[in-house]
Design a protein around this ligand. Structure first.
Ligand code: SF4
Length: 208
């Protein structure tokens, strides 16, 4: 582990956030399967990182009850209901849009189940590639708004100003002309409950 990562894990600790460093995706998967009981229910947010790590399918195969809003056949209302159930599951899995070197975590959300799940699930586990580390909170917010979200809008085909050219135009990104993705902003500065919030830092580039 290099000094930067060591320092970040130490900064998480001061914020009551457990930080775990994994050398690669395989190590992260093994750690997650060890950490999450097979009896636990799981909520999840949409995340390229979770897809790349492949943990959701493994948890489903193992028999965990996963509130997976991406299963085919759901109506729009059913998708929202599954998201709501997932937000209060035993474990909520997500990635962050950015992490500051000081240990703050930044998330944007459209519907809010993601911010709810990360904030309120019995346990929340944030899986993050090292590409998401910014030098400070200003850089983390900039990364989340100006880099990660435009790529997510492109990926999900959302009608936003940043969809067209990757440039955020927050002042005009409003309804009904646009379907804004940045509706809620969650910054975790610290966690009150010991062992509720874990960040699994993976020594790879994952997601946006
Ligand atoms: S505020 Fe709108 S334009 Fe800016 S990043 Fe968010 S979705 Fe894109």
């Amino acid at each position: 582990m290099d000094n930067k990562i060591d320092n970040l894990i130490g900064n998480f600790k001061k914020r009551n956030i457990r930080g775990i460093f994994c050398r690669d995706k395989d190590e992260a998967v093994a750690e997650l399967l060890r950490m999450i009981p097979s009896s636990a229910s799981i909520g999840m947010s949409g995340s390229v990182t979770l897809e790349q790590v492949g943990i959701i399918g493994l948890l489903e195969e193992r028999g965990n009850k996963v509130f997976n809003q991406y299963k085919s056949g759901f109506t729009r209302e059913e998708v929202l209901e599954v998201r709501r159930q997932g937000a209060s599951a035993d474990y909520y899995l997500a990635s962050a849009n950015a992490v500051s070197q000081n240990g703050e975590l930044v998330f944007f959300s459209g519907y809010g189940q993601r911010t709810a799940g990360i904030s309120c699930a019995k346990k929340a586990v944030i899986i993050c590639g090292i590409n998401k580390i910014a030098s400070d909170i200003t850089g983390a917010l900039k990364r989340a708004r100006e880099y990660a979200t435009p790529l997510n809008c492109k990926r999900l085909d959302w009608n936003t100003p940043c969809f067209k050219d990757g440039v955020c135009q927050e002042s005009i990104c409003l309804f009904p002309e646009y379907k804004r993705m940045c509706c809620q902003l969650l910054i975790i500065e610290a966690e009150i409950s010991a062992d509720r919030l874990t960040v699994v830092l993976v020594n790879e580039n994952l997601g946006f």
